[in-house]
Design a binder for this molecule. Sequence first.
Ligand code: N01
Length: 874
Amino acid sequence: MQQVEGSVLEVDVAVVGAGFSGLYLLKRLREAGLSVRVFDAAGDVGGTWFWNRYPGARCDVPSTDYTYSFDPELEQAWSWSEKYATQPEILEYLRFVANRYDLRRDITLGTRVEAAVWDEASERWRLRTSGGQDVVCRYYVMASGCLSVPKSPDIPGSDRFVGDSYWTSSWPHEGVDVTGKRVAVIGTGSSGIQTIPHLAAQAAQLTVFQRTPNFSLPARNGPLPAERVAKLASDRPAYREAARWSLGGVHTEPNQVFGVYASEEVRRQRFEDAWAAGELFAILDVFGDQAVNPASNEIVSEMVREKIRGIVHDPATAELLCPHDHPLGSKRCCLDTGYYDTFNQPHVRLVDLRSTPITTVTEIGIDTTAESMGFDVIVYATGFDAMTGALVSVDITGRNGVTLKEKWADGPSTYLGLTAVGFPNFFALTGPGSPSVLSNMAVSIEQHVDWVTDCLIRLRADGFQTIEPTPLAEDGWDQHVADGAAITLHQTANSWYMGANVAGKKRALYPYVAGVDQYRWACDQVAAQDYLGFRRSGPTGEHTNDGVVCQLQPDVKRVLDVVAGMQLPALETMSAPDARAFMDAMNAARPPGPEVAEIVDGVLPGPAGDLPYRLYRPAGTGPHPVVAYFHGGGWVLGSKESDEPFCRDLCARSGAVVVSVDYRHAPQDRFPAAADDAFAAVSWIADNAILLGGIPGELVVAGWSAGGNVATVACHRARDEGHPQIRGQLLLTPATDSDPNRPSYTDNGDGYVLTAPLMRWFWEHYCDEAQRQDPRAAPLHGDLAGLPPAIVITAQFDPLRDEGIAYVEALQAAGVPVQHVSARGHTHTSLTMVDVVISGAQVREEIAQRLRTLFPSTATVAAVQAAGTEPAPV
Ligand code: N01
């Protein structure tokens, strides 16, 4: 029960914000039997939809999806009138919800929470409100929205203007009539782009001050899309569930079309379909790789620019409206109704602030470096201090007197984007480090509300009163968020997603980009694993369940999920020929890898007949250093072209000729056939370097997995026989031993593509038990002294990880120079998934750079480059 003692209100939970999230949170917490008080500075419920009431304001996710889904009866009771509901309609909906569930009696409007302090002794938060009432609560939730604190005015002279100034983020409730007036709009983000056509319809003159052009596409607003309505009607729960487990909170079909590899016809068709759909999720998904591949993104971007040029009559204005400084989607894409067409009207003018910046706002208008302009009205659509602004605007003081603002001075650090070390019993809904603004907010809000409510119910059931993440869990989450950010193109833009619009704000990708589905999975895991990463305490004691929830690279996890969903038969249940055919079919569907200057097939002599090879030649005039490469496949599978994407990538990045050689496979040709072939191939390649376009004497032997095994075994033999001279060995997640008892075999033996049973199957095909200690099968057991310098790459989630590390250590002990690249969050197979696992590119770049240090002709440049990068653990 709520209790008021003096002027102090005591509740279980205090919530800031009565928008989409605060309303639903209140409903759920109340149903859970907790006493709750919600505070909002606004005069009514609605949050962002209370304040942002400029003409033209609408949602930009279809109303069918931008809506609560927690109550099927609510969905029946309310119907949206348009594809994209207007601000008044959304506000009406939120009022309807507040009334329907009788929420208002626990909401204090017109009241701001100004400060919150954690009281260590009572293990409660103490809040100070603008209304003078103090609040004591066990749990404190900021449901204050991500775009609720307008950016501080940063345009000189804006307080001098004697005409009317308006901000889109706090538009007057009575509306504004600009009929016959000279109007200036500063800012061309979503707000500006939505309101400009409306203001143009009234104003005598409209001047748009644009600093950065944005990508926008026609919303094609109208009735609710028939297809979505039909899907909802046919199975509402399934529709909602699909959105909850989608990438962005709106269900989309998996997209395997890669922009860079698609035909012109396919590209055009997909783009036109997306343009016609008038949906952000469509234009952001023309190609499956446009969010991560700049070349693919540029294809879509240019098609949007073509559209802009096609709409805007004046070529110079059209060109100014074309975005060139950021990839499409890296800043928030906009949806408009007649935006570009507005610039065809004679009374509308575009001022490019890049060439003529504003020098000052004056009493009568705006001065740029080129001219002075007079206005009656200035509209600021200049954006928000997004994501963290609202959270740090309240003085939130956690343990040891540290404020959230201080903790986040160098960027936000959270666990699950919801909680923070040092701030017990504190939750920030849709906070930084959660999908939030990169998703359909309605879906993300419900997920956060449900998670927090379930967490509080569980705390109570377990007899705990406090919950706080551990430093390990928070660091792990921050790393996971950063790993996601490194994959997409968002980091290349100066956007509010990156904090770039606010002077002095830490540059980082604030929201979690790896997907609503992955995020939901992580939160569910934390709860299912007894609140992994949290310390909980109460009268019955204290319980810490330390750990990190997501350690795989986000794109590796996504690929593993897709593979698991395909329910493929295990390779070890097949015959070798069937397994080969199966792998060939799988490989046929993958992206081919980057362009190289030339690909040539040939044969070279092996000990038992010719060995086919495929040569990849880099651009530039040769001769080039040479890599003799041996494919993976457990001595059973694979061919000269089975690792083609990786070989192309290695060739393009390193500038070396890569010669990928077929070798005899088990079970037809068992141990040591593969190793013998590899040595013969290396010898022939060394002897024929000139013929291959290589530099004689500049040879590295490389291989992946079993290919790494035969590569290093070939190096052993070359050392023993004194020929050929090998500059180095590049071993990618190599098989170096036959011992299946190392921890990585147990920890990673299942679920990461290469499994322990499959590895056993490979060994059984390749050689007899008695031969498996032979150094030609298990090179770890050989004499390693005098081997060429090595680059060994191990992957964290690989059964072979520990034998790779053992090989590194043994080589070092034998005096061999070794560079060890430890691929965090990767699996045995993920590093070779070129253009599919994007996080692997960074590792492959490092590998290529290190490879170049082994060749005399490229060593100096490579060493300088390598010096600029953080050395990997050796
Ligand atoms: O703000 P913004 P917004 N001098 O930051 C410019 C959501 N939203 O309110 O890009 C000159 O995007 C600034 O220029 P630049 C949605 O998520 C949703 O429009 O920094 N110009 C930019 O052009 C959206 O992304 C909906 O170079 C200055 C503009 O002002 C988010 O809210 C509707 C300037 C600010 O754009 C924010 O959108 C509306 C200066 N000093 C908003 N300072 C829907 O659901 C800034 N600018 C449809």
